[in-house]
Design a protein around this ligand. Structure first.
Ligand SMILES: [Cu+2]
Length: 286
C-alpha cells in the first residue's frame, strides 16, 4: 500500500511538469560568448549581434528602428496548409539601418528568427539569429549593409520554414521576391485540393508504355551488339578451350578478363595523357 502511494505521488509529479504550461521568460540576462554570440541557460540565444560596427559602404547609421515579431502556430491559421508562421511576412528598411528586433515566441516549442546572406566579414556565417526554446522574449540588434537586397528570414528548426515560418526582408529596393512567403508570394509547390487530379489508373498505362518502349530499345541496341560479339568470339573460344578441364577453362577466362581490363586501363590512361598534353600546348600558346 505504501509502495502504491509513493508510485502515485511520483507519477503525478512527472505528469504535472510534463503537461504544465511553460512559463513565459524574458531573456534579458545573457552571457556574452564573443563575436556577437549571447546565450542563457533557459534556451535564449542571439548570434551575430552588432550594435556599433558600420558595414563597409555605410558612412553612418541612416536610421534606427525597432520591431516586435511574434512566432507561433496561431499566426499560420490564415494561411491554409501552413502550420507555423511569424506575424509579419515582409519587412522594408533603408540601407545602413540599425535594427533592434524584439522576438517573441508564443508557442511552447523552439522557434527562431534567422536572417541569411549578410556580409561574412561582419556577421559570422553570414547570419543574424535569435532563438527561444519556449514562450518568451529576446531582443537583438544588427546593422544592415548599404546594398539593395532581399534577405531570407526563417525559422531553421526542421520543417518549420516549409510549414510557413518564412519571411523576406528588403533593404532599399530589395533584389526581387523570394518564393513561398505566406500571403506574399506563390508557393513553389502548390497544394492541390481539386477532385480532378488524375487517378493512378490513368497514369499507369502511360508508365507501362514507357517501360515497354525502353525494353524495346534494349532489344534492338545493346542485345544485338552483345549477340554479334558472342557470335564472333564463340568459335575463337571453342578452339582455345578444346580439351581443357572445367577448372582450366575458368582460370583461362579470368586471365582473359584481367588482360582485357589491363588493355582498357591503358587505353584510358593514354587518352587522358593525350587530352592533358593538348591542354598544356594550348596554355603555352597564350
Ligand atoms: Cu520554428
Amino acid at each position: 500500500m505504501q509502495k502504491l502511494f509513493i508510485a502515485t505521488i511520483i507519477a503525478l509529479t512527472i505528469s504535472s511538469t510534463a503537461f504544465a504550461e511553460k512559463e513565459f521568460l524574458n531573456h534579458t540576462r545573457l552571457m556574452d560568448h564573443g563575436d556577437g554570440h549571447f546565450m542563457d541557460m533557459d534556451g535564449g540565444m542571439i548570434m551575430g549581434q552588432n550594435t556599433d560596427v558600420l558595414p563597409g559602404g555605410c558612412d553612418e547609421i541612416e536610421a534606427t528602428e525597432e520591431i516586435t515579431v511574434h512566432a507561433g502556430h496561431k499566426y499560420a491559421e490564415k494561411f491554409p496548409g501552413r502550420m507555423y508562421a511569424f506575424d509579419i511576412q515582409e519587412y522594408h528598411f533603408k540601407p545602413c539601418t540599425k535594427l533592434t528586433v524584439h522576438f517573441i515566441n508564443d508557442d511552447s516549442i523552439r522557434h527562431q528568427w534567422m536572417m541569411h546572406g549578410l556580409p561574412r566579414y561582419l556577421y559570422p556565417k553570414g547570419m543574424f539569429h535569435m532563438e527561444l526554446t519556449g514562450p518568451g522574449k529576446i531582443s537583438g540588434t544588427l546593422i544592415f549593409p548599404p546594398n539593395d537586397k532581399t534577405y531570407l528570414v526563417h525559422c531553421d528548426i526542421s520543417q518549420h520554414m516549409e510549414k510557413g515560418m518564412k519571411a523576406q526582408l528588403k533593404i532599399g529596393k530589395g533584389s526581387g521576391d523570394l518564393p513561398s512567403i505566406p500571403g506574399v508570394t506563390a508557393n513553389v509547390i502548390q497544394d492541390d485540393y481539386r477532385d480532378s487530379i488524375p487517378e493512378p489508373a490513368v497514369v499507369a498505362p502511360a508508365t507501362a508504355k514507357l517501360a515497354a518502349e525502353s525494353s524495346d530499345s534494349v532489344i534492338s541496341g545493346v542485345l544485338i551488339i552483345g549477340l554479334a560479339i558472342g557470335l564472333v568470339l564463340a568459335p575463337l573460344l571453342a578452339t582455345r578451350f578444346k580439351g581443357m578441364s572445367a577448372g582450366e577453362i575458368v582460370s583461362t577466362v579470368f586471365e582473359l578478363v584481367a588482360k582485357g581490363i589491363g588493355i582498357v586501363i591503358k587505353l584510358i590512361t593514354s587518352l587522358i595523357n593525350l587530352v592533358s598534353s593538348k591542354k598544356s600546348i594550348e596554355l603555352s600558346d597564350k
